[in-house]
Design a protein around this ligand. Structure first.
Ligand code: NZQ
Ligand code: ZN
Length: 386
């Protein structure tokens, strides 16, 4: 078991109707609020009006239109400018992972005099950030409970993960009813994203029985609840459990004491989203089973056998057969929940695969992953995913 130093200071306020506590949670953080949100789902659902009403005693400024795979130039830079111009005290992010991630970058940029990209790329250390509160509307990324964000810079085809302890939200409001309106394709993509977060932590060299058990349970819960939600999008119980499954996904709690895995599927998917602006969870679902088949060998086999037996309850005529049956079961689950499972289905052809593989090999350090990936491995996985 590896040493670790762990803290998640974020307060989770979970359940139907909890948003009424918003004013009392926000009050100690200041009067001037930057309310951030996406392309309009919160207006259609009525949450925007609820929030504005709850914040009637605050001075509220708004940054809207934060896009999926949030963009540095379009959203982070204007958000930082607004914070500085209006001397904002606190950011309230209302939306999915993209709104939360973008708000984290803005929070740090607001406390820095130079170019915020320097913080995002760790050229300079993050020394401070505005406090962030969020109201989550889409279960997927775990951004509500971690200190990371992923920001895209279209001009340079970059999509980079930015993590710093200053970026933990102060509090996250998790009301499952706000996810009732999430459409089937985003529900499926969110499930695939959270499943992959779990898988990225499960497939490591040194793991514990405790972590393995939690990861296996999380995967089973995500799959069962996703199916229930696709049948009935307003199934509170299923939306609630799904929300918490996803919240656990990304802050390291699933892998305390494990050795590093290198998060290879995320490293590869970030290039797909950066070059083609595809939905993150869909890219992960396409890549994950291909990555699994590519790295299956005598060294990795025992993990795959455990995964196949404990997550999917499948067993073959020998260990390799069992492992392959587990990978196929994962693939079939993604098909079952309606995810397009080929890159060509999401508008990606062979033309830029080599360029993307090179970009990943240079930027993501996957040669140090649990199952090391060189540029030719990454390209092979992309080609298998076509
Ligand atoms: O923009 P609006 O109108 O709000 O619509 C959004 C968007 O079109 C919509 N949506 C959100 N809540 C809804 C809803 N539609 C109806 N009803 C609701 N209640 O869903 C669409 C997708 O939203 P987005 O925020 O992009 O999705 P998600 O939460 O999956 O976030 C994806 C982003 O998070 C990053 C990804 O790379 C991607 O950029 N990630 C962040 C991580 C983190 N912070 O730890 C980890 C992840 O690995 C991931 O990389
Ligand atoms: Zn992810």
């Amino acid at each position: 078991m590896q040493n670790f130093d762990y803290m998640t200071p974020t307060r989770l306020i979970f359940g139907q109707g909890v948003v009424k506590q918003l004013p009392e949670v926000m009050a100690p953080l200041g009067k001037k609020v930057l309310l951030t949100y996406g392309g309009g789902s919160i207006k259609r659902s009525g949450l925007y009006d609820t929030v504005k009403d709850l914040l009637k005693d605050f001075e509220v400024y708004e940054l809207s239109g934060i896009a999926p795979n949030p963009k540095y130039t379009d959203s982070v830079v204007p958000g930082v400018k607004m914070c500085k111009e209006h001397a904002i005290d606190v950011i309230l992010a209302v939306g999915g992972g993209s709104v939360l991630d973008c708000s984290k970058a803005i929070a740090a940029g607001a406390k820095y005099d130079g170019e915020p990209w320097d913080l995002i790329t760790y050229k300079v250390p993050t020394k401070d950030a505005l406090p962030i509160v969020d109201i989550l509307t889409l279960a997927a990324t775990g951004s509500e409970y971690d200190c990371g964000g992923v920001i895209s810079r279209t001009e340079t085809n970059d999509k980079v993960g930015y993590m710093d302890p200053h970026l933990f939200p102060v509090a996250s409001f998790l009301d499952p009813t706000y996810t009732f309106t999430v459409p089937a394709n985003q529900t499926a993509a969110g499930t695939a994203d959270a499943m992959n977060h779990t898988i990225e932590q499960y497939f490591a060299g040194d793991t514990t029985l405790l972590n393995d058990g939690i990861c296996e349970a999380n995967l089973k819960s995500l799959m069962a609840n996703c199916k229930a939600i696709l049948k009935n999008p307003e199934d509170y119980r299923a939306r609630a459990e799904m929300m918490l499954d996803c919240t656990y996904g990304c802050n390291g709690i699933l892998s305390l004491g494990n050795s590093e895995s290198g998060w290879p599927c995320h490293g590869m998917e970030h290039a797909l989203s950066a070059y083609y602006d595809i939905t993150h969870g869909v890219g992960l679902a396409i890549i994950t089973p291909r990555w699994m088949k590519h790295i299956l060998n005598d060294h990795t086999l025992p993990r795959f056998v455990k995964f196949a037996k404990n997550v999917f309850g499948v067993e073959g005529k020998d260990d390799y057969d069992t492992a392959n049956k587990g990978i196929d079961a994962l693939y079939n689950f993604f098909v079952e929940i309606g995810i397009p499972m080929h890159l060509k289905d999401v508008g990606i052809d062979e033309s830029r695969l080599s360029e993307m593989a090179h970009h990943v090999a240079v930027n993501e350090g996957l040669e140090n992953a649990w199952a090391p990936l060189l540029e030719e491995d990454i390209l092979a996985i992309f080609k298998d995913s076509l």
